[in-house]
Design a protein around this ligand. Structure first.
Ligand SMILES: NC(=O)c1ccc[n+]([C@@H]2O[C@H](COP(=O)([O-])OP(=O)(O)OC[C@H]3O[C@@H](n4cnc5c(N)ncnc54)[C@H](OP(=O)(O)O)[C@@H]3O)[C@@H](O)[C@H]2O)c1
Length: 294
């Protein structure tokens, strides 16, 4: 029986992972924590979390993922995205268990024209990206045997791009909002369903290896393409969606224009996530979608 500890258990990935592990005969979730009960950036809280626990695998799915808020709250961002992974790595090292730390495509500058490989130079353009990169470095400084998994454009339970688009579509259909939806069409990445990411992480852990991996949904898209597909699949075909440029939105954080991850390292181990269109269709009929109610 493999014992798992999930940090960030109420986020998109943490929820999916917890649900999957609960349904497996050979795994046990010995603890699943999140804010406010455990702040992983607090050394005392991490020490207390590990007291008496000897998990085999710890997954750090916790992060400060509001990319624009990170620009306005850089200290908060650094605590969650850099300090917390370092503390978790030290705790895992002390008890001798595997750590899986989750990171992001936003560690890249986004000026490339071919998918980013694990060994490509990083160069984040935002505080979110910079703090996540520091988190990776802190984990790898403790042990190169720990696993760092970079993913991108995650959708699952709760707050995410698809949920926002579907809510905005419903508001227009109810007549509460007028004018077309406007979605950026000049950023390109790989949309990833949290459920598939959780499955992929479990498969990578099963390979017993460590190191840096890219793991994201199959194919690539712009946010406009993702929104259009989702709206069509959800029955909002008639709703117009205007293509805009990132510069048209006065966002606090810059975004990489091209952050497509090359996932061939994981694929060569037999770990490949399903194509994003299939994954969006699955998300639309998922329990988390039913829970969101729109
Ligand atoms: N979302 C994306 O599009 C995306 C893209 C690329 C990579 N990633 C990475 O994928 C991983 C999972 O992302 P996700 O979308 O599942 O995140 P999420 O839904 O935002 O969930 C993160 C969870 O971590 C919690 N948390 C934040 N700071 C914490 C702390 N100091 N101690 C304990 N818990 C804390 C959050 O609580 P609160 O909600 O109360 O803050 C939240 O429940 C993260 O590493 C993220 O950086 C995400």
């Amino acid at each position: 029986m493999t014992q798992w500890l999930i940090v960030g258990c109420r986020g998109q990935l943490g929820t999916a992972l917890g649900r999957q592990l609960a349904g497996c005969a050979d795994t046990e979730v010995v603890a699943a924590v999140d804010l406010p009960e455990v702040d992983a950036s607090d050394a005392e809280a991490v020490k207390a979390l590990f007291a008496g626990l000897r998990p085999d695998v710890v997954v750090n799915a916790a992060a400060f993922t509001h990319v624009d808020r990170c620009e306005r709250e850089p200290e908060e961002a650094r605590r969650a995205n850099a300090v917390a992974p370092g503390l978790l790595a030290e705790a895992c090292d002390r008890v001798g268990c595997q750590l899986v730390h989750v990171s992001t495509d936003y560690v890249f500058p986004g000026v490339g024209s071919r998918p980013y490989r694990e060994d490509d130079p990083t160069g984040p353009v935002s505080i979110y990206g910079r703090t996540k990169l520091e988190g990776e470095a802190r984990v790898r400084a403790v042990s190169s045997a720990f696993m760092v998994v970079r993913t991108s454009w995650v959708f699952g339970r709760g707050r995410n791009f698809l949920a926002a688009i579907l809510n905005q579509a419903s508001a227009r259909e109810r007549g509460e909002v007028s004018g077309p939806l406007r979605v950026v069409d000049d950023q390109r990445g790989r949309p990833t369903y949290a459920e598939d990411l959780a499955t992929g992480i479990r498969a990578l852990v099963g390979q017993d290896g460590g190191g840096l991996f890219h793991l994201a949904g199959g194919g690539e898209a712009t946010w406009w393409e993702l929104a259009r597909y989702c709206l069509d699949a959800a029955g909002h075909e008639a709703l117009p969606v205007e293509r805009i440029r990132t510069a048209d939105l006065a966002l606090d954080a810059p975004r990489p224009a091209y952050s497509v991850l090359d996932c061939s390292k994981a694929e060569n181990l037999g770990v490949r996530l399903r194509a994003w269109r299939e994954a969006v269709s699955a998300y639309l009929v998922s329990p988390e979608r039913a829970e969101a109610g729109a």
